[in-house]
Design a protein around this ligand. Structure first.
Ligand SMILES: Cc1cc2nc3c(=O)[nH]c(=O)nc-3n(C[C@H](O)[C@H](O)[C@H](O)COP(=O)(O)OP(=O)(O)OC[C@H]3O[C@@H](n4cnc5c(N)ncnc54)[C@H](O)[C@@H]3O)c2cc1C
Length: 507
C-alpha cells in the first residue's frame, strides 16, 4: 500500500472531490481520505426521491445542534454526508449559485472572490443540459438538469408565484434569478443523482495517481516545522501516517475541518488549553462565525386529491423573493415538497395524516444569525457542541414571519385553483411567530468555521491557505466568510475548483 503522495485531500465530498480531481489532472499524485464507505452504485443514493431517508443511518455523521429557547428547546439534527461524495451523496440536489451581491460581500473581506472572479470556476463545474451560455458551463463534470415541469404541484407553484406578482423566471442561475421558476438539480439525464464523487472521481478511478482510502478517519495533521507534511489516519488496518510531499488539503466540511485544525493545534488559545492540545498556531476564529440558513420544515396544506408518487427529489421549483421591497436583494426562498413534511414538534401539534397533504419549505437565505462550534474533548470521535443560534437575529425571524404569510396567501390565490383545499400547518388562526419557532430547522448549509479573509484575524487566506503554516489549504464550506443567499453545494464545488488553481499556483 502506498503511503506517500504529492497531495493528501481529507474528505471526498463536494469540495474535496473537485480539488482532488483538478490536482490529479494537473499531473499530481493524490490521496483522498474518506471516513465513510463507497457510494458508487448504491440504489438509495442514486435515486433522487430517496434523499430524505439518507439523513440518518450509515450515510450520515449523526451530529445535532445545541438547542435554545428561541427554537423552543427542540432537538435539531444537522446531517452531514459520510461516504464518497460527502454531503453531495445525501443532499437534496438543488443547484443554485446565488447572485453577484453574495460574492461582493466575500470579495470585500477576501479580495479575488467577486462574482466575476468566481464565474469561470462555476462554469468549469457543470454541464448545463441546455449547453454553454455566458453564465452556464457546457462541459464540466457535474450534469445539471431541470425537472419534469408537469407535476401539478410544480405548475401550481409557478402559477401561484405569478398570481402573487412575482416574475416567472426561465432559470434561477440565469441573468434574472428573482421570482419563481423551475429549479436546477445535479441529477443526470437518466434521472440519477450526480454526486461529486460520480462527477469528479469516478472518471479517473482507474488512474494510478488517484488513491482513495475509504473507511479511514483522519485524526490529525503532521507537521515538520511549519510545513504540513502528512496526516495521521485510522483505517481498516489500524493507525497509519501518510506523507504529503507538496501539501495537505482539508475538505472535511464545516464541522470536521475546524475539529481537525483544533486537534492539530490550530485554534483559539483558551480552547486548545481547555482540550489539552498543544498550541501550534493561534487562530481565535476557528470554530467561530458558524452560519446556516434557518429552514421551516414545513408549511403543510391539503390538496384536492391524493398526490401520487414522488418525482425527482420531490420538489420542482424555486420561489425567490423579498420579505421587504426595500431590501437590496431577495432574502426568502421556498420550494414545494410532493408530500407532507414536518419536524416532530409539528407532528405533535397538527393533524398531518392523509396522502393528500403537500408541503412548502421556506428558508431565509439572506440570514444574519451566527453561532459557534466547540469541541467537547480531544477525542476525534466525541460529539461536537454546535450552536448555530438560529433566529437570534430579529431580522431572520421577521423575514420568516413575512414569508409564511406570503405563502399562505399564495396557496389561496387563483394560481392554486383546483389544487389547494385547506390549511393544515399552520392554520389561518395560528400565531405565526410561534409556528416559525416550532418548525424552524436547518437548511443544511452550515459554513464559515474557518473563514477566509485578508485581515489578520481570518484564519485562512483568500487563496485558501491556512495562515501561520505552509502546505495546508482548506477547500470546503468552512472558508465561506458570509453565508450566500443560496444553497451551498454549488458554491463549495466552485471553491473546490478554485482551491486547486490556488494550490497549483503556489507549487
Ligand atoms: C441532507 C442535506 C441536504 C442538502 N441539500 C442541499 C441542496 O439541495 N442543495 C445544496 O446546494 N446544498 C445542499 N446541502 C448542503 C451541501 O450538500 C453542503 O453544503 C456541501 O456538500 C458541503 O460540502 P463540503 O465539501 O464542505 O462537505 P461535505 O460534502 O460534507 O464533505 C466532507 C467529507 O469529509 C469527510 N470527512 C469528514 N471528516 C473526516 C475525517 N476526519 N476523516 C476523513 N473524512 C472525513 C466526510 O465523510 C465527507 O465525505 C445539503 C446537505 C445535506 C446534508
Amino acid at each position: 500500500m502506498k503511503t506517500s503522495f504529492d497531495y493528501i485531500v481529507i474528505g471526498s465530498g463536494t469540495g474535496g472531490a473537485a480539488v482532488a480531481r483538478r490536482l490529479h489532472d494537473a499531473g499530481a499524485e493524490v490521496a483522498v481520505i474518506e471516513a465513510g464507505k463507497s457510494t458508487f452504485g448504491v440504489p438509495e443514493i442514486e435515486d433522487p426521491s430517496q434523499w430524505f431517508g439518507l439523513q440518518t443511518g450509515a450515510w450520515d455523521w449523526g451530529h445535532h445542534y445545541t438547542t435554545t429557547d428561541r427554537i423552543l428547546g427542540r432537538d435539531i439534527p444537522i446531517p452531514r454526508g459520510k461516504g464518497l461524495g460527502g454531503s453531495s451523496a445525501t443532499n437534496a440536489m438543488m443547484w443554485y449559485r446565488g447572485v453577484p451581491e453574495d460574492y461582493a460581500r466575500w470579495d470585500a473581506v477576501a479580495p479575488g472572490w467577486s462574482w466575476e472572479d468566481c464565474l469561470p470556476a462555476y462554469k468549469a463545474c457543470e454541464t448545463w443540459e441546455y449547453g454553454e451560455t455566458a453564465l452556464r458551463g457546457g462541459s464540466g463534470p457535474l450534469e445539471i438538469t431541470r425537472p419534469d415541469p408537469h407535476h401539478p404541484l410544480t405548475q401550481s407553484m409557478l402559477k401561484g408565484g405569478a398570481a402573487m406578482g412575482l416574475p416567472v423566471v426561465d432559470d434561477p442561475n440565469g441573468p434574472e434569478p428573482f421570482g419563481v421558476g423551475l429549479a436546477n438539480f445535479n441529477i443526470d439525464r437518466q434521472g440519477r443523482r450526480n454526486t461529486s464523487a460520480n462527477a469528479y472521481l469516478e472518471p479517473i478511478i482507474a488512474s494510478d495517481r488517484l488513491n482513495i482510502f475509504t473507511k479511514t478517519l483522519a485524526l490529525s495533521l503532521i507537521f515538520q516545522g511549519d510545513k504540513a507534511t502528512g496526516v495521521r489516519v485510522s483505517g481498516p488496518d489500524g493507525e497509519l501516517d501518510l506523507t504529503a510531499h507538496s501539501g495537505v488539503v482539508l475538505a472535511a466540511g464545516a464541522l470536521e475541518t475546524p475539529r481537525l485544525l483544533m486537534l492539530s493545534g490550530i485554534g483559539a488559545e483558551a480552547e486548545l488549553a481547555r482540550l489539552g492540545v498543544p498550541l501550534k498556531v493561534k487562530a481565535e476564529a476557528i470554530g467561530q462565525n458558524f452560519q446556516d440558513h434557518p429552514l421551516l420544515r414545513a408549511l403543510n396544506f391539503r390538496a384536492t386529491s391524493p398526490l401520487g408518487a414522488m418525482k425527482g427529489n420531490g420538489g420542482g421549483t424555486l420561489t425567490i423573493w423579498k420579505s421587504d421591497e426595500a431590501l437590496p436583494q431577495a432574502d426568502l426562498l421556498a420550494f414545494p415538497i410532493q408530500g407532507r413534511s414536518a419536524v416532530p414538534a409539528l407532528w405533535d401539534h397538527y393533524t398531518l395524516d392523509g396522502d393528500d397533504v403537500f408541503a412548502v419549505g421556506l428558508g431565509v437565505m439572506r440570514s444574519f444569525s451566527k453561532g459557534e462550534l466547540r469541541l467537547t474533548s480531544a477525542d476525534p470521535t466525541a460529539p461536537l457542541d454546535i450552536q448555530p443560534n438560529l433566529l437570534s437575529d430579529p431580522r431572520d425571524l421577521a423575514a420568516l414571519v413575512s414569508g409564511v404569510e406570503f405563502l399562505m396567501d399564495m396557496v389561496a390565490s387563483e394560481g392554486f385553483d383546483g389544487y389547494f383545499k385547506d390549511y393544515v400547518a399552520p392554520l389561518r388562526e395560528d400565531d405565526i411567530e410561534t409556528f416559525v419557532r416550532r418548525s424552524c430547522s436547518t437548511f443544511f448549509h452550515c459554513c464559515g468555521t474557518a473563514r477566509m479573509g485578508a485581515a489578520d484575524d481570518a484564519p485562512v487566506s483568500p487563496q485558501l491557505g491556512v495562515k501561520g503554516v505552509r502546505g495546508l489549504w482548506v477547500a470546503d464550506a468552512s472558508v465561506i466568510p458570509e453565508i450566500p443567499a443560496c444553497h451551498t453545494h454549488a458554491p463549495v464545488t466552485m471553491i473546490g475548483e478554485r482551491a486547486a488553481t490556488f494550490i497549483l499556483e503556489d507549487a
